[in-house]
Write a protein that binds this ligand. Structure first.
Ligand SMILES: C[S@@+](CC[C@H](N)C(=O)[O-])C[C@H]1O[C@@H](n2cnc3c(N)ncnc32)[C@H](O)[C@@H]1O
Length: 432
């Protein structure tokens, strides 16, 4: 028996019947069982379901669970188009059981909730479909399939290393499946990457168990926006947006909001292969200046080629925090903390002392307080922040506000239909 007022203990495998509350960040909804918070997958707000506990950690105030029976279904529930998008199977998609418009409403609610909770900001945002995406299927142009012990390719279960072998993946671009990747045996490989670039044939890249020096092919991606168009060379294992409509929409939004002018200085932070850097370079022209900062050496090699037509641009291979001379985010362990203390924190000599416009496109962890402070110290007239995690963006939006900037525009784009993920683009400007 639990003490009065303390939530009931729950263990993995327990079944609970719950009324399902709102969607939460992470691809699940919130329910309560005898005072205990239960994050339930494969359900929707307003449903009554029986769920089985899948994770219950000592000291954690919540447990995770997955649906085993829908007692009362949401009117927005649909049959998942993919047979693998179900409890205990593939963890790649989170929302196939909701109609596509509702998936976007759920993601909008998550963005609103994250900004409210982490930044105290009330944002009004509706997640938009990307152009041409009316079914949410067949869009994913890059997939890293995992390989199981018997050499079959598949994707992992949710929060697990277990590989679910697949014979299809409905969100994958059809050219990617036409390579036959899911029908072949990949014994000896850890994973297999498949890319369907916008120019040329799909490419299959086996990823061996042990590190390999084998050459990774380079693919060409074409971006045809309204404000910018160009070609980019990208390693088949490097970073590029996975939705084919995303790069053009992101670049058009960023250019439309920043309105870079001839002669201005622009920074492209977390630059990848230079998507925003090239667009900024074209806009500021030869009397301007662009500095692109990216930590991955293969990406900066590609960026140098992609920006070669703009000799007024410069690519710096460095972590953004290192380039600004600020401490890296705290790492666990005394050795790592000592190494962090001992590192000399010096600003990169090629970083300009100020900038007119800045683009930030960090990984899921976001830019963080110290990088935001450094961006603010550049005294830019406008900052565009492209974010794949609304929680990190909301946290950093509060740092921008602390630095005297205001969130002027916010767009949320469904660049990952059927999954919980989305992309946000925010515009910050100095002043109230
Ligand atoms: C979301 S991607 C954006 C890439 C590029 N802006 C684009 O749109 O294609 C984030 C990039 O940041 C790089 N990155 C991750 N951590 C970094 C850091 N601390 N400093 C600099 N670059 C980093 C990754 O290698 C990756 O290329």
């Amino acid at each position: 028996m639990s003490e009065p007022g303390t939530p009931a203990p729950l263990a993995v495998g327990d079944l609970v019947e719950v009324e399902v509350g709102p969607v939460a960040h992470g691809g699940h909804c919130v329910a309560r069982h005898q005072g205990r918070v239960v994050f339930v997958r494969h359900t929707l707000p307003g449903e009554r379901v029986v769920a089985q506990v899948t994770e219950a950690r000592e000291g954690q105030r919540f447990v995770r669970a997955d649906v085993v029976e829908v007692v009362t279904a949401s009117p927005r529930r649909v049959q998942a188009p993919c047979p693998y998008a179900a409890p205990g199977l593939c963890g790649g998609c989170d929302f196939q059981h909701a109609d596509l418009a509702y998936q976007r409403e759920l993601k909008s609610a998550v963005v609103h909730e994250q900004f409210s909770r982490l930044a105290g900001m009330d944002v009004d945002v509706a997640v938009e479909a990307l152009p041409g995406d009316d079914r949410g299927l067949g869009w994913r142009t890059r997939v890293e399939f995992a390989v199981d012990e018997s050499g079959r390719a598949g994707l992992r279960q949710h929060r697990s290393h277990e590989v679910v072998p697949l014979d299809t993946c409905l969100i994958a671009e059809p050219r990617l499946l036409a390579t036959g990747v899911l029908g072949r045996h990949w014994s000896g490989e850890r994973a297999v990457d498949v890319v369907a670039p916008s120019r040329g044939e799909a490419v299959v890249v086996p990823v061996p168990e042990s590190s390999s020096t084998s050459e990774v092919p380079v693919v060409t991606e074409h971006v045809a926006g309204q404000r910018f168009s160009g070609d980019f060379e990208v390693s088949a294992r490097g970073f590029w947006q996975v939705h084919p409509a995303a790069p053009a929409v992101f670049v058009d939004t960023v250019l439309g909001w920043l309105e870079p002018r001839a002669g201005e200085t622009a920074l492209d932070l977390y630059a990848g292969v230079g998507l925003f850097g090239a667009a900024l370079a074209e806009a500021v022209g030869e009397s301007g200046r662009v500095v692109a900062v990216e930590s991955d050496a293969a990406a900066t090699r590609a960026a140098e080629g992609n920006l070669a037509a703009y000799p007024w641009s410069l690519v710096v291979t460095a972590r953004v925090d290192d380039a600004f001379g600020v401490p890296r985010p705290a790492r666990k362990g005394p050795a790592q903390r000592r190494a962090t203390r001992q590192r000399k924190l010096r600003r990169h000599p090629l970083l300009p002392p100020g900038a007119d416009v800045v683009v930030l496109d960090p990984p899921r962890t976001g830019a963080g307080r110290d990088v935001v402070r450094q961006v603010v110290a550049l005294r830019p007239r406008a900052v565009a922040y492209v974010a794949c995690d609304p929680a990190a963006l909301a946290r950093d939006a509060a740092y921008f506000r602390d630095g005297g900037f205001t969130l002027r525009r916010l767009r949320a784009l469904d660049a990952f239909p059927m999954t919980q993920h989305l992309e946000c683009i925010a515009l910050f400007e100095p002043g109230a």
